[in-house]
Design a protein around this ligand. Structure first.
Ligand code: NAP
Ligand code: GDD
Length: 323
């Protein structure tokens, strides 16, 4: 029986990864930050099956103790300040969590047990102002936000600990992935939740930013499988994980409104408040290496994903209306 330690277990990906590892009979530990109110909504259904340890990516000793207490075979570093706009408001904190937090965790592993396998949650945001299309593992980085810059540091320190100390450390360069558990401020979930509320008569309009931005959107449940696969190989390596199809925010909105029989133009307004100081215009991934070496392929298609999210938001609002 293997043991895994997950940072960011209360987040979207952490909850899906914990479910996947439990199905594979892992003992699953998660690091959680102390909070004045409970934020275990995404893991409440598996809370009795996992073990939670208090810790923070800002606090070196808490990470060392988490490694000592859990004695993991695998560590998945999913914890981060992950919302791009917040990284302009809090660039230093974003750097502490999202960049230096990776080094703190790698140091804990280096000190306690160099045989631990390590996964770093890297991102397509590192490609930013893209140098080529589609983007693969060899495409150079040009991050466009403090978040993207911090993640680029996290990526290279993961590569560096592999090369400096021989750690089995992998970086998964994941393109956008979504689900009914996606945070409400990210554009897919903002749209699907608003469409649900508009359909149920609870909201009148949806305010968004740049309609022309394009993303390669996949399903989080598919993407966490790739994280696990990366840690099961003979050699550590870095992989791009994507669907290979890009859609614009406008198409996302059209798909979501059409699913409930509404015309998006009647409800959507643009608001400069949601436009970013520097935008990532188009992201499109080439995950041929993951297809070939990990035998990984995404299952859920864009339209299915958006319909799944709209349906889930409608159901949630209907149930809370009945309470
Ligand atoms: P998410 O839902 O925002 O979850 C982030 C998690 O990090 C939460 O559990 C949060 O805990 C935790 N966290 C934040 N600051 C922390 C700190 N200082 N110490 C310990 N934990 C901390 O993000 P996600 O969508 O699941 O993404 C998972 C990871 O993949 C992130 O690193 C993200 O940047 C990266 N990524 C995501 C995507 C995507 O499209 N989803 C794509 C590429 C890469 P609280 O609940 O306490 O806030
Ligand atoms: N959030 C948001 N809200 N985005 C909007 C809006 C809006 O009202 N209107 C337009 N957008 C556009 C953004 O400008 C961006 O181009 C695109 O929608 C996607 O925005 P997000 O859903 O916030 O995601 P992201 O691409 O910036 O970042 C996500 O994906 C990265 C991987 O590429 C996050 O999950 C990051 O943590 C992740 O690394």
């Amino acid at each position: 029986m293997k043991t895994a330690l997950i940072t960011g277990i209360t987040g979207q990906d952490g909850s899906y990864l914990a479910e996947l590892l439990l199905k594979k009979n892992y003992v699953v530990y998660g690091i959680v930050r102390r909070s004045s109110s409970c934020n275990f909504e995404r893991i409440s259904h598996i809370q009795d099956d996992i073990k939670l340890i208090q810790g923070d990516l800002l606090d070196q000793n808490s990470l060392i103790e988490a490694i000592e207490d859990s004695k993991p075979d695998e560590v998945y570093n999913l914890g981060a300040q992950s919302f791009v706009p917040t990284s302009w408001n809090q660039p230093v904190l974003t750097g502490e969590f999202t960049a230096l937090g990776v080094t703190r965790l790698l140091e804990a592993i280096r000190l306690k047990n160099k045989n631990i396998r390590f996964y770093q949650a890297s991102t397509s945001e590192m490609f930013g102002k893209v140098r080529e299309t589609p983007q693969n593992e060899k495409t150079s980085f040009y991050p466009r936000s403090p978040y993207g810059v911090a993640k680029t540091y996290g990526h290279w320190i993961t590569v560096n600990y592999r090369e400096s100390y021989g750690l089995y450390s992998c970086s998964g360069i994941l393109f956008n992935h979504e689900s009914p558990r996606r945070g409400l401020e990210f554009v897919t979930r903002k749209v699907t939740d608003s469409v649900a509320r508009i359909k149920l008569g609870l909201l009148k309009e949806l305010k968004v930013g740049n309609l022309e931005a394009k993303r390669d959107w996949g399903y989080a449940g598919d993407f966490v499988e790739a994280m696990w696969l990366m840690l099961q190989q003979d050699e550590p390596d870095d992989y791009v994980i994507s669907t290979g199809k890009a859609h614009s925010v406008r198409e996302l909105i059209d798909t979501a409104f059409s699913h409930v029989g509404l015309n998006w133009q009647d409800y959507v307004v643009t608001d400069p408040k949601f436009v970013r100081p520097a935008e990532v215009d188009v992201l499109l991934g080439d995950s041929s290496k993951a297809h070939e070496k990990l035998k990984w392929k995404p299952r859920v298609k864009f339209e299915e994903l958006i319909m799944m999210m709209v349906d889930s938001d409608i159901k949630r609002h209907e149930s809370s209306a009945k309470l």
